[in-house]
Design a protein around this ligand. Structure first.
Ligand code: HOZ
Length: 428
């Protein structure tokens, strides 16, 4: 496969952009080789600047539920663009999208739109602190909630991919309020509450997607709910990755535990930059201008992004079988990969939720960050490189999640499994 143009583009980029990328995981450092520079997307496929085509199992890290260049979302965006790109003033489409989301989620009476998942979580935490008049937060090892200061502690995604789960540049004075607990381990959360009576909130990815795919047990989530209630803390579900992906309602379609707040990100924007956080009325009423907790942004509720999000959500809701199809495609892909790996003596731990899927080169089940870190990342890198050669684009880190889009057919999945079989045979 010829990737000469990508190689040159990467060299050019590195001269003017740190690491040649605007978000670290994309640099392909943990899998080796050169990141592909993308020319365009076409449904299930990515096309790089050398003209190579790949079945895309990343889908912009989640947002593209219907694949690249979906005609309905494209039409909504073009229509919105013709009305103006940004006003910094309210538009009615914000209310329409807000109403759709409030109607779907029991936990959400009101929602505020921002421009990214990082911003959504940062704002939700400020609101939780303002509402409870407490300072500490509990987060879980391996969960990633964006790159704001107090959350870059034992974080997943790019942070762990590059071995810096806790970043330099974050003053200890800021992280002293971040208490760490172990994913799927209630005792570790109980200890946090024993050690502090100043906990404002517990934040968790109920379906962790940033240490690879690691869903939390429902009993564990219920335990968090009970602890938060007993200690006057808020429970925040970070559904930046799982919202509208694991099911129409993210984790809320799969478990019965109801959080106090939910954060969303890129997925609700259909591919445009969006984030949002929502919750119960009494909490959201503390937000400026109704209440004293400040949060703002010129591009918040941007009309182009809102229209893309609304078009995406409208289409999602019109397709009754969408999540059932996603679930069967994800299950077939992960089982097929696992069987093909086993044939060649390679152990693969796999899991999926709706259109999200994950696989670890690991002999044991992966239930937390320590388990995830014990995976064979060298084997993952070899798999990733060889699958690219075959024309399949997977997330370029063991500690990320894969996504199916509606454009990916069962036939493509069967072909992926056949290619993976060849690859396992070559890399074992
Ligand atoms: N942290 C992102 C996925 N969980 C990666 C973002 C990107 O590089 O685009």
């Amino acid at each position: 496969m010829n990737t000469e143009k990508s190689k040159q583009a990467f060299l050019d980029a590195q001269k003017v952009i740190p690491g040649g990328v605007d978000s670290p995981v994309r640099a392909f450092k943990s899998v080796g080789g050169t990141p592909l520079f993308i020319q365009k997307g076409e449904g299930a496929y990515l096309v790089d600047i050398d003209g190579n085509r790949y079945v895309d199992f990343v889908q912009s890290w989640g947002p593209l539920i219907f694949g690249h260049c979906d005609s309905d979302i494209e039409a909504a965006v073009i229509k919105a663009v013709k009305q103006g790109l940004s006003f910094g003033a309210p538009t009615q489409v914000e209310t329409l999208l807000a109403r759709e989301i409030c109607d779907l989620f029991e936990a959400i009476d009101k929602i505020r739109f921002v421009s990214s998942g990082t911003e959504a979580v940062m704002s939700a935490i400020r609101l939780a602190r303002g509402f409870t008049c407490k300072n500490d937060i509990v987060k879980f090892e391996g969960c990633y909630h964006g790159h704001s200061d107090s959350l870059l502690v034992q974080a997943g995604s790019g942070a762990i991919t590059f071995g810096t789960p806790s970043s330099p540049g974050v003053p200890a004075d800021l992280t002293k309020h971040t208490l760490l607990a172990k994913f799927n381990n209630l005792e570790s959360v109980q200890k946090c509450f024993e050690n502090s009576n100043d906990i404002a909130c517990v934040i968790i990815e109920p379906i962790a997607g940033n240490m690879g795919l690691v869903p939390a047990d429902e009993t564990f989530l219920q335990g968090l709910r009970d602890l938060c209630d007993a200690h006057g803390a808020l429970l925040i579900f970070d559904e930046v990755m799982s919202g509208f992906r694991a099911s129409l309602k993210g984790s809320q379609g799969l478990v019965s535990v109801v959080p106090d707040m939910i954060t969303f990100g890129k997925v609700i924007g259909g591919g445009m930059p969006v984030g949002a956080f929502g919750g119960r009325l009494e909490i959201m009423n503390q937000l400026s201008p109704d209440g004293p907790v400040y949060q703002a942004g010129t591009l918040s509720g941007n009309p182009v992004a809102m229209n893309a999000g609304l078009a995406s959500l409208t289409k999602i809701k019109s397709q009754k079988e969408l999540y059932r199809d996603f679930a069967s495609k994800s299950a077939r892909l992960t089982q097929g990969l696992q069987q093909a790996a086993k044939k060649h003596g390679i152990s693969l731990h796999v899991d999926s939720r709706g259109s999200m899927f994950g696989f670890f080169f690991n002999e044991n089940p992966v239930r937390d960050f320590d388990d995830a870190r014990r995976s064979d990342t060298d084997m993952f890198a070899r798999f990733h490189r060889a699958m690219l050669e075959e024309g399949y684009y997977f997330a370029c880190s063991q500690f990320e999640t894969g996504f199916i889009s509606e454009a990916i057919t069962l036939e493509m999945i069967e072909e992926t499994i056949v290619a993976a079989d060849r690859v396992f045979g070559a890399i074992k």
